[in-house]
Design a protein around this ligand. Structure first.
Ligand code: COA
Length: 261
């Protein structure tokens, strides 16, 4: 069921290409876009991670094209974007949600471990933006990059993700300036702690969750729905003059410096 806060047809006629669109936060964003009229191309490293989202979107009459690609592989991503554009005739919205994460202390992390997360999050975001540029220029489209708030202060056990997401925020700002003149808006969302994701269940022990809840200004963890709402707003015409912004959706959590590490 579509979210009654937004009109059902807010993204009618749009085509969205969403990386990491099978599960978690970006899966929610993909579903919300489809519920509000967009045709979806979703991608992930493994096609089996996309099957249930594709089935869910199709169950309410939405259109979904699932294609396996690793954001680290430029040729693979270029090919996935071409397939999506061939299928739907265009691409209006690109969401960069594919990410890698694990907890590891800096003095235990290997160079390859650090580089792997930077490759997925930062270089992967660049790869997808770059490969989609011509399509987005044609459609006067837009990009939405999912980052985090980890790097605003410092988050122990997350040096690799913090560095990677700082890079994603830099990409958002740079491309908004360079590609704004081509009619492409580039924005981001920085989710705070979102409780109903696999990552959070895996990364955050229950006692720590309770402690952190008390320190979140609005008194609760975020939900995938909160990010869906922000994504619908930023990609809709309501945000047509918003460019180069990374919208923090965290209930004010980072301002209190409540480390998740
Ligand atoms: N702790 C420390 N280092 C880790 C690690 C962990 N939990 N997981 C991976 N690494 C390191 C590996 O040791 C390797 O470095 P090395 O060659 O020096 O040993 C490097 O990262 C690459 O690991 P590998 O598993 O070969 O990479 P991959 O490309 O197959 O997968 C991830 C990388 C990040 C996607 C993988 O760790 C993963 O599946 N994470 C969980 C899923 C996930 O991140 N989902 C997104 C939630 S936001």
């Amino acid at each position: 069921m579509s979210n009654p806060i937004f009109a059902d047809n807010i993204l009618e006629g749009k085509v969205a290409f969403v990386t990491g669109g099978g599960t978690g936060i970006t899966g929610g964003v993909a579903k919300a876009f489809a519920e509000h009229g967009a045709k979806l191309a979703i991608t992930s490293r493994k096609i089996e991670n996309l099957e249930s989202m594709k089935a869910m979107i199709e169950s309410f009459g939405g259109e979904c094209f699932a294609v396996a690609a690793d954001v680290r592989d430029y040729d693979g991503i270029e090919n996935a974007i071409k397939q999506a554009a061939d299928k739907f005739g265009k691409i209006d919205i690109v969401v960069n949600g594919a990410a890698g994460n694990f907890l590891c202390a800096a003095d235990q992390l290997s160079s390859n471990g650090f580089g792997t997360v930077v490759d997925i999050d930062t270089k992967g975001t660049f790869n997808v933006c770059r490969a989609a540029f011509e399509e987005l220029k044609k459609s006067q489209g837009q990009i939405l990059n999912i980052s985090a708030t980890l790097h605003y202060l410092a988050t122990p056990m997350q040096i690799h993700v913090s560095a990677a997401k700082a890079g994603v925020d830099a990409i958002t700002r740079n491309l908004s300036v360079e590609w704004g003149r081509h009619g492409i808006r580039v924005n981001g969302i920085a989710p705070g702690p979102i409780e109903d994701t696999e990552g959070m269940k895996r990364l955050l022990p229950e006692p720590l969750k309770e402690k952190i809840t008390k320190k979140i200004p609005v008194g609760r963890f975020g939900r995938i729905k909160d990010i869906e709402n922000a994504a619908l707003f930023l990609t809709s015409d309501a945000a047509s003059y918003i460019n180069g912004v990374t919208l923090v959706v965290d209930g004010g959590q980072w301002l209190l410096g409540t480390s998740l590490g």
